[in-house]
Design a protein. Structure first.
Length: 386
């Protein structure tokens, strides 16, 4: 009763100072695993967990559908990154250490009006961007999950969360169900052959996207800690370009505490996904993705020339033609099927079609566009034939 009275007084004072605020105060528990005996780190992590629990509860009241839930998680991320003005820590009610878990109880207040605005703003930005032709280029998403026995777990909620976070960063995003099903079927999601095959699958179903964010969330352990559970999840994500050989990776382990096995696992999974997507979306801005608003498209891909009858003369003509077309030759070689393959880089063209036309015109000798090989591994290739 005393805590409720104090909370009500805090809200009343806040309302007197600023009548537009809709303040709500309550006590919230936060938990964190004590790793390597670092109490200070666990204490701070427990406070962050309490604030996340509080914010997610407030945001959760406002959302209903699965899509809105994923957006709500992104709003919670943003609020916790900029907590000042949204959430106020009134006082620390209690701190305890229970085995390998640090527990803190905080008295928190939230500005509900600002949370409502944050949700509305995010929805508005995503909806506006989905109707825009000038947004950044597209990313496909495919994620698989594994429980601690290695069995496949449904990762649909994770993919929607990834989609919302990338859309909030300004990308057009689509979930690639075929690629996700392929990941689910794998025994070893980190194998080199898996990386090559999923790039092939995604490249052939790109529909405007030029990269794939693939990921695997594997539960390594779930351990009882008194009345709590501690879960550790491995996050293995990779951002793969279709039009280049660019690939950026993220691998790390995350530990979280919950009242149930499921809650602990889900918290560790969400923390892992959040960090992975934030890290790779920043790299995407600098590498794989195109900034169509004033940016320059940088292509790195292999040009394959078939119908070679005079290796020396035609290969020399191809090299000179590629240079004249504004392409920098990184390396070249003849394949076992007799084709001449040249790995090139260029920023002279805004589209692949423009590049193909430029190469054909510069090389000459009756060169034409060849048929694509959908079974080819690796990045997208340009096919030509004499």
């Amino acid at each position: 009763m005393y805590k409720k009275i104090i909370g009500a007084l805090i809200c009343s004072l806040a309302l007197m100072v600023s009548p537009t605020n809709n303040c709500s105060a309550e006590t919230v528990e936060g938990r964190a695993a004590i790793e390597n005996g670092d109490i200070a780190k666990a204490r701070e992590a427990a406070k962050q967990d309490a604030m996340r629990n509080f914010v997610e509860a407030k945001v959760g009241v406002k959302v209903q559908s699965s899509t809105e839930v994923s957006m709500g998680m992104v709003v919670s991320d943003k609020i916790l990154t900029q907590s000042e003005g949204y959430v106020q820590i009134n006082r620390i009610v209690q701190e305890t250490q229970q085995g390998g878990v640090f527990v803190v109880v905080l008295d928190l207040s939230a500005d509900s009006q600002k949370i409502d605005t944050a949700i509305s703003d995010l929805k508005g930005r995503i909806e506006a961007m989905s109707d825009s032709d000038t947004s950044r280029s597209g990313i496909q998403v495919a994620v698989t999950g594994r429980d601690e026995t290695g069995r496949t777990k449904n990762a649909a909620d994770v993919m929607r969360y990834v989609q919302s976070k990338l859309e909030d960063a300004g990308f057009r995003v689509e979930i690639n169900d075929e690629a996700a099903q392929y990941l689910d079927s794998l025994r070893d999601v980190d194998s080199l052959s898996a990386g090559a095959e999923i790039r092939r699958i995604s490249r052939n179903t790109q529909e405007g996207a030029n990269s794939l964010l693939r990921g695997a969330l594997s539960t390594m352990s779930v351990t009882p800690e008194g009345k709590y559970f501690t879960a550790t999840v491995k996050a293995s994500f990779e951002l793969i370009g279709f039009d280049s050989n660019t690939a950026n990776s993220f691998v790390d382990y995350f530990t979280a505490v919950g009242k149930t096995r499921t809650e602990a696992e889900q918290k560790a999974q969400n923390a892992a996904t959040k960090k992975a997507v934030e890290a790779l979306s920043q790299k995407a801005l600098k590498t794989v993705q195109t900034e169509y608003r004033g940016g320059v498209k940088n292509y790195k891909m292999t040009a394959v020339f078939g119908g070679i009858t005079d290796r020396s003369a035609q290969s020399e003509k191809i090299r000179k033609g590629l240079t004249a077309a504004g392409c920098r030759i990184i390396r070249s070689s003849f394949a076992s099927d007799g084709s001449f393959r040249v790995f090139i880089e260029t920023s002279s063209y805004s589209t692949v079609d423009e590049m193909i036309t430029g190469i054909i015109n510069s090389v000459g000798m009756g060169l034409k566009q060849g048929n694509d090989n959908e079974n080819a591994m690796g990045s997208r290739k340009l096919y030509f034939a004499f």
